[in-house]
Design a binder for this molecule. Structure first.
Ligand code: GDP
Ligand code: IMO
Ligand code: MG
Length: 427
């Protein structure tokens, strides 16, 4: 048995796509288990950039099986566009499998997401407005439509009728906006069903069988620990479980089969959307990180909020995910800084907190505690080995690892597949 998992440890966009693509070189199967097209995973190979939202980041290898698992929410239109884009970029999509249990994002989910955000005013979450939350809400409310329903014309027609009637009442009486025409949605979605039917199967069985057969299976997390519905900065979170447990429920693979859990850590911190962010730097440091790191959302184009590395966050992620290794990415973005700060914890009402606060009220009023380290002031993107990295850069990543209590596995010094320094062979 050989499995590995890639998990975001902060608020997303840590470089999970890059790390998955790197590890996928050795894998046979790559599985996405949660989230949907709120994810934006960029993979760069030979300076060519690929933007992935729903397709697992193993898709660039035509010989790897790529699974969209049961816990994912699938917008069929977006998925078909993404497949089209990949094919246009010369990627062969031959071994894609989509879970029959994955829920389908419908146009009314997207509209509810938009309308809810408007109604919430200042309390808005800053969602990606892709209908992710409303789709998961329907799943929990047991009225959702699954991929298996979509590809069965009669069943889909029946479930769509129930949903359109329910949702149109909501649009007309609650949101005060236009509803959807049943026939138009039916026609549009049956068209998608025809194109996606070939990929739909019981991936719960398939995933377990691959592992039993000794294939190397890699689980690709989307979003991140602090966006986890249960453990993140609720309510400023996404609507799924991006933590390691979510990879189990979202793939149908039990926890005993999960090995080599890799937490991806950006060398500083970013966040898109609203919610507390104690180490945020609304000053020239934040501007430096945003401009040097081109920190603008891949999905929405929004400028990302930027701040120093926060090991209180990553340590919490270490615990929640049972991390085996850290993969520190984007170290090169810090190349020009004279000094670099690490937020090692928070004080609240003058006292150092021992645990990551569950209460947003507390988190909004904490004072970050920083330690400062000297920058290395040279360009590291061409360095190929750990020993080659300047001592000050090594000190920085080693200090992060020490504070978090999880060993280093990978240090990434650029977006390209070959700009990856491996300290621990993971597969
Ligand atoms: P994900 O959502 O976690 O997959 O991350 P994103 O793809 O949204 O954002 C990470 C960005 O950083 C992408 O544009 C990657 O190509 C890029 N990236 C990943 N690792 C590195 C690195 O070590 N250095 C630099 N400069 N860019 C990186
Ligand atoms: P990847 O996989 C960064 C954020 C949104 C918003 C909140 C809820 O690329 O790291 P949603 O649309 O999910 O209901 O929005 O979660 N968010 C992300 N932030 N990276 C992501 O994915 C994200 N997916 C959702 O900005 O704050
Ligand atoms: Mg992203």
């Amino acid at each position: 048995m050989a499995t590995a998992m890639v998990i975001g440890t902060q608020w997303g966009d840590e470089g999970k796509g890059k790390i998955v693509d790197y590890l996928a070189q050795k894998a046979d199967v790559v599985i996405r288990s949660q989230g949907g097209n709120n994810a934006g995973h960029t993979v760069v190979v030979d300076d060519k950039s690929y933007a992935l939202r729903l397709l697992p980041s193993g898709i660039l290898f035509s010989d790897k099986t790529c699974i969209i698992g049961s816990g994912v929410v699938v917008n069929p239109k977006v998925l078909l566009q993404e497949i089209g884009n990949m094919v246009a970029q010369g990627v062969k999509i031959s071994k894609l499998e989509i879970s029959t249990r994955a829920h389908v994002i419908m146009p009314y989910h997207v509209r509810i997401d938009e309308e809810d955000e408007k109604l919430k005013g200042d309390a808005k979450i800053g969602t990606t407005k892709n209908g992710i939350g409303p789709c998961y809400a329907d799943k929990i409310n047991r009225v959702g439509i699954r991929m298996g329903d979509l590809i069965d014309e009669k069943l889909f027609a029946k479930k769509l009728r129930i949903n359109i009637d329910l949702k149109n009442r909501l649009f007309e009486r609650y949101y005060g906006c236009e509803g959807f025409d049943y026939d138009a949605v039916l026609k549009e979605y049956l068209g998608y069903a025809d194109q996606l039917r070939q990929y739909v199967k019981d991936t719960d069985y398939a995933a377990n069988l691959y592992i039993t057969e000794g294939k190397k299976v890699l689980f690709e997390g989307a979003q991140a620990t602090m966006l986890d519905l249960d453990h993140g900065t609720y309510p400023f979170v996404t609507s799924s479980n991006p933590t390691a447990g979510g990879a189990c429920t979202g793939s149908g693979v039990g926890p005993r089969k999960m090995q080599n859990i890799v937490g991806v850590v950006k060398a500083y911190t970013t966040r898109v959307g609203a919610g507390p962010f104690p180490a945020e730097q609304i000053n020239e440091v934040g501007d430096y990180l945003r401009n040097t790191g081109h920190e603008f959302g891949t999905v929405t184009g929004r400028p990302r909020r930027c701040g120093w590395m926060d090991t209180a966050v990553v340590k919490f992620a270490g615990m929640l995910n049972s991390l085996d290794y850290l993969a520190i990415t984007r170290l090169d973005i810090l190349d020009d800084l004279d000094t670099i700060k690490i937020c090692t914890g928070y004080t609240y009402q003058g006292k150092l907190l021992k645990e990551y606060p569950a209460s947003l009220e507390v988190l909004e009023h904490v004072e970050p505690v920083y330690e400062e380290m000297p920058g290395w002031k040279c360009h590291i993107s061409d360095m190929k080995t750990y020993e080659e990295l300047p001592e000050k850069a090594r000190n920085y990543v080693e200090r992060i690892s020490e504070l978090v209590g999880v060993p280093l596995g990978i240090v990434s010094v650029g977006p390209n597949r070959n700009q990856t320094i491996v300290l621990k062979k993971i597969f």
